[in-house]
Design a protein around this ligand. Structure first.
Ligand code: SF4
Length: 189
């Protein structure tokens, strides 16, 4: 929910919209059944109310139709794979968003691949050069131990932002230099 509300707005306005939404409706079932104008009004402080209202209602109805109840404990009682299947089947939710929700919000072992992780993985030869983000995510998901997913994900993002940057990777300062097949390469990938 916060992921949808955070689109094209600040964290402050996202949080205001979320608080307004929770105040206006008693529970998530009520949100799922709400008329779109009422839902849009409730989240208007986050911007793009009508657009986000459509997505939020569709997501909640999609979750409910997959037989996951919309209560506070629903996701804690649902197995990993079922949660994954439910999330990626929702409109507008791709593998990266689903993995982020599962890893960061629900503490489930899923490996999100953003642009930094994707780039670093290719440069280090962890995946084939033409692997797309979805294939890269599948490779990490299969090979990284559950307990290491969070730390590896965070470290790869930091490495991609601070050292193995898109345009000018700082290979001379890189601690992975001796392992990297692309030392000195300064292309955009
Ligand atoms: S050596 Fe260079 S290309 Fe390889 S991971 Fe480090 S910064 Fe990236």
């Amino acid at each position: 929910m916060l992921t949808v509300l955070s689109q094209h707005t600040s964290d402050t306005n996202r949080d205001r919209a979320y608080a307004d939404l929770r105040r206006r409706f008693a529970d998530w079932d009520e949100v799922a059944d709400a008329p779109l104008p009422a839902l849009a009004r409730a989240i208007r402080r986050g911007g793009l109310g009508p657009t986000k209202a459509v997505r939020i209602r569709a997501m909640l109805r999609g979750i409910r139709e997959s037989s996951v109840p919309l209560d506070e404990h629903a996701f804690t009682d649902t197995p990993d794979q079922r949660l994954w299947d439910t999330l990626v089947a929702l409109p507008g939710v791709g593998p990266k968003t689903a993995a982020c929700v599962l890893l960061f919000s629900l503490d489930r072992p899923f490996f999100p691949v953003d642009t930094h992780v994707h780039r670093v993985a290719i440069r280090l030869g962890l995946v084939p050069p033409r692997a797309d983000a979805v294939a890269t995510q599948a490779a990490f998901q299969e090979s990284v131990p559950d307990e290491e997913m969070y730390a590896l994900h965070m470290n790869l993002i930091r490495h991609g932002r601070e050292v193995c940057t898109a345009q000018r990777p700082r290979c001379s300062a890189c601690v992975l230099r001796d392992l990297c097949p692309r030392v000195g390469v300064t292309s955009s990938r």
